[in-house]
Design a binder for this molecule. Structure first.
Ligand SMILES: *[C@@H]1O[C@H](CO)[C@@H](O)[C@H](O)[C@H]1NC(C)=O
Ligand SMILES: *[C@@H]1O[C@H](CO)[C@@H](O)[C@H](O)[C@H]1NC(C)=O
Length: 261
C-alpha cells in the first residue's frame, strides 16, 4: 500500500515537472527517493548515504565516530558488495593510469600504498566495534594488529601485482608505530604482499603530536630525496593523499568507518 502511494506521488511530481518544463522551468528535478516515507516517517538510509558521500568527498572532516543511526548502513556497505565494487573501481582507474605511463625503466618509479583499509582490512575488528560507532580504542586496536590476522583487500592486491609487473616499486607508508613493524611485515606477507622496496612505519618520537598529513608528507619527501619518483599514491584516508610530495596521481579508497587527520 505504501509503495503504491509512493509511486503515485512520484508519478504526480513527474507529471508536474513535465508540465512546468513547458514554461522553460527546467530546474525542478523530481526526487528519486524521498526523505520521508508516505507515513511521514524518516528513512535513515538516505541521510547515511549523504553522510558517507560527505565523508568520501572530504566535506565532512575531523569526525570521531559514525552517526549512531548509520551503524547498520555502514555495516551493510562494508560487508556487502558495494565496498568491494567501489574499491575495484578505484584500483582499476589506478591501473589504467599506471599502464598509460611511459616510464623510464631505471628502477626509480615507486607507488605509495597505505596499509590499514588500503592493503589490509581491519573489518573483522571493526565488525566487533560497531563499524566505527565506538570511539577508537588504541589498546584494543593494537591487540588486533599484533595478531597479524588482517585479511587482504583483494582489489588492492590485484593493483599491487599489476604495478609490480609494470616494473613499479612499492612503498608501504603507514601510521602504525615502528614497534609493529615485524607483525605488519608478517601480516602483509600472509595477505599476499610478498615484496616491497620500503616499509615505512611511524617513529613515535619524531612525529609525536604531528598529524598523519605531516608525517606522511615528510616520509614521501625522503623517498623523493632518495631519488624515487612517486608516480602514484593510494590510501583510504585523505591524510594519505593530502599534503606535499603527494605523488603524480592520488587514489582514494572508500572508508566510512574512521577518520584520521
Ligand atoms: C579499550 O580496550 C581494552 C582492551 O580490550 C579494554 O580493556 C578497555 O576497557 C577499553 N577501553 C575503553 C574505554 O573501552
Ligand atoms: C610527475 O610530476 C612531475 C612534476 O610535476 C613531472 O615532471 C613528471 O613528468 C610527472 N610524471 C608523470 C609520470 O606523470
Amino acid at each position: 500500500m505504501r509503495m503504491k502511494i509512493l509511486l503515485f506521488l512520484v508519478a504526480t511530481i513527474l507529471a508536474t515537472c513535465h508540465g512546468s518544463s513547458d514554461h522553460g522551468v527546467s530546474f525542478n528535478v523530481f526526487p528519486l527517493r524521498m526523505k520521508t516515507g508516505s507515513g511521514g516517517h524518516y528513512i535513515p538510509d538516505v541521510s547515511c548515504a549523504s553522510w558517507t558521500l560527505g565523508v568520501e568527498a572530504h566535506n565532512i572532516i575531523n569526525w570521531k565516530t559514525i552517526p549512531e543511526e548509520c551503524e547498520g548502513y555502514v555495516g551493510n556497505y562494508m560487508i556487502g558488495q558495494q565496498y568491494r565494487s567501489d574499491s575495484k573501481t578505484v584500483c582499476k582507474q589506478a591501473y589504467f593510469y599506471a599502464r598509460s605511463l611511459n616510464l623510464p625503466r631505471d628502477g626509480k618509479n615507486i607507488w605509495v600504498f597505505d596499509i590499514d583499509e588500503t592493503s589490509l582490512s581491519n573489518l573483522p575488528y571493526y565488525a566487533e566495534h560497531g563499524f566505527g560507532l565506538e570511539l577508537y580504542n588504541d589498546t584494543a586496536f593494537n591487540l588486533w594488529v599484533d595478531r597479524a590476522a588482517a585479511p587482504v583487500l583483494p582489489e588492492s592486491l590485484k593493483l599491487y601485482n599489476k604495478l609490480l609487473s609494470l616494473g613499479i616499486k612499492i612503498a608501504f607508508l603507514t601510521g602504525r608505530p615502528l614497534s609493529q613493524k615485524d607483525n605488519t611485515a608478517k601480516n602483509l606477507k600472509l595477505a599476499g604482499f610478498y615484496t616491497w622496496e620500503k616499509l615505512i612505519l611511524k617513529e613515535p618520537s619524531t612525529y609525536s603530536g604531528k598529524t598523519a598529513v605531516t608525517y606522511k608528507s615528510a616520509e614521501r619527501k625522503k623517498l623523493e630525496e632518495e631519488g624515487y619518483r612517486i608516480i602514484g599514491n593510494i590510501g583510504d584516508q585523505w591524510s594519505d593523499i593530502l599534503g606535499t610530495t603527494t605523488g603524480n596521481r592520488t587514489f582514494k579508497l572508500p572508508d566510512p568507518m574512521y577518520y584520521i587527520s
